[in-house]
Design a protein around this ligand. Structure first.
Ligand code: KG4
Ligand code: ZN
Length: 337
């Protein structure tokens, strides 16, 4: 079964064709990041406009790369939540138009479930149930993936997402947006014990809080500036990255211990972080857990993961009518989704 996936929840316009949830036939991503970098972050209005301009060409490219025509596609899957509302609406309405015109089923896909499915594309042997940590620019969430389509949230960020914290810390260090990857590169050269950073606590032990950590970085930078001291940027990047990785890994493996899962998966843009990949792999080895981390190209937003999850939603009977709407959040606030 060939599914066309469509993803426009943030600043990537992406379409892909995936066979039976597991095999990528094509994947096309047009990133707007160069334009948003000028403003130090994603400008929602610009994101929606660029999606509108790019979506037809990106979709044609994905079909062509897969050697398909629209008639060869069995269903259209689209991210409908969560994300930037104007950006999501472009993808949802485009998907509705395609599904209506070609008389194909329309499948709504939750973005975080899509991120989890990135691992199905990389690891044929991975099947639910397992524990998943999704870490991206907008989300930080530990979920129990009970089946391909049933997720229960154990914890999430109560303020900044992990990627957002990386980007804000990077900005304080003078790196361009999005700065996660610059912190990653600088951290490799830095001494991770040079600066003392706080380990924020949360009422629910599986929730995360990163805003205090970000403020600590900003304070260290300002204090150094005011005192005329030279800042060791590599060391500060290393300390920040190490602290975030310890928080993420500790909570994920504590959740694994309490729930009894021996299979853990990482996903989302921050899953590309080399320190996090290494620490998670090492800690999993220590407790004899299997760990799944997508290759860096499947960590960030893409439509192949949406098509993959779309396949499993279709099998579960989760299709939508022409009244499908997009949701910025809300839906993800419930414990089960
Ligand atoms: O999943 P994603 O592409 O988009 C969202 O759904 O948000 O994640 C983007 C986030 C950004 O915050 C970016 O800085 C972060 O992923 N990121 C990284 C790395 N590569 C991307 N963070 C840390 N280290 C990296 N190597
Ligand atoms: Zn994402």
């Amino acid at each position: 079964m060939k599914i066309l996936g469509i993803e426009t929840s943030c600043d990537e316009t992406a379409c892909a064709v995936v066979e039976s949830g597991r095999k990528i036939l094509s994947t096309v991503i047009v990133s707007q990041v160069d334009e948003h970098r000028l403003y130090g972050g994603v400008v929602p209005e610009i994101a929606s406009r660029r999606h509108s301009e790019s979506i037809v060409g990106v979709c044609e490219g994905a079909l062509e790369q897969a050697g398909c025509k629209l008639a060869d596609i069995d269903a259209v899957a689209v991210t409908y939540a969560p994300g930037l509302i104007g950006a999501l609406l472009v993808g949802v309405n485009f998907a509705k138009g395609l599904a209506l015109a070609a008389n194909k089923p329309l499948i709504p896909v939750h973005h975080i479930k899509g991120h989890a499915a990135a691992n199905y594309l990389a690891f044929p042997e991975l099947t639910p149930p397992y524990l998943c940590l999704a870490v991206s620019g907008g989300h930080t969430r530990i979920t129990e993936v009970k089946s391909y389509t049933e997720f229960t949230m154990l914890g999430q960020t109560i303020d900044d997402a992990a990627g957002e914290a990386f980007d804000k810390a990077a900005r304080a260090l003078g790196f361009p947006y999005p700065g996660g990857v610059y912190i990653d590169k600088a951290a490799v050269r830095g001494d991770k014990s040079k600066y003392t950073l706080p380990y924020p606590k949360t009422a629910n032990e599986f929730d995360f809080s990163f805003s205090g950590l970000k403020t600590a970085i900003i304070n260290i930078v300002h204090n150094a500036e005011q005192r005329g001291e030279e800042l060791d940027k590599n060391a500060l990047a290393a300390c920040f990255q190490h602290t975030v990785c310890v928080l993420l890994c500790t909570k994920l493996f504590r959740a694994a211990q309490l729930t009894g899962y021996k299979k853990v998966a990482l996903t989302g843009g921050v899953a590309a972080n080399s320190g996090l990949r290494d620490m998670l792999t090492e800690r999993a080895k220590e407790i004899g857990a299997e760990v799944f981390i997508p290759p860096p190209l499947l960590c960030g937003d893409n439509a192949a993961m949406i098509a993959s999850q779309g396949y499993y939603e279709y099998l579960a009977g989760n299709t939508a009518g022409m009244d499908l709407n997009a949701y910025a959040n809300g839906i993800e606030m419930t414990a089960s989704f």
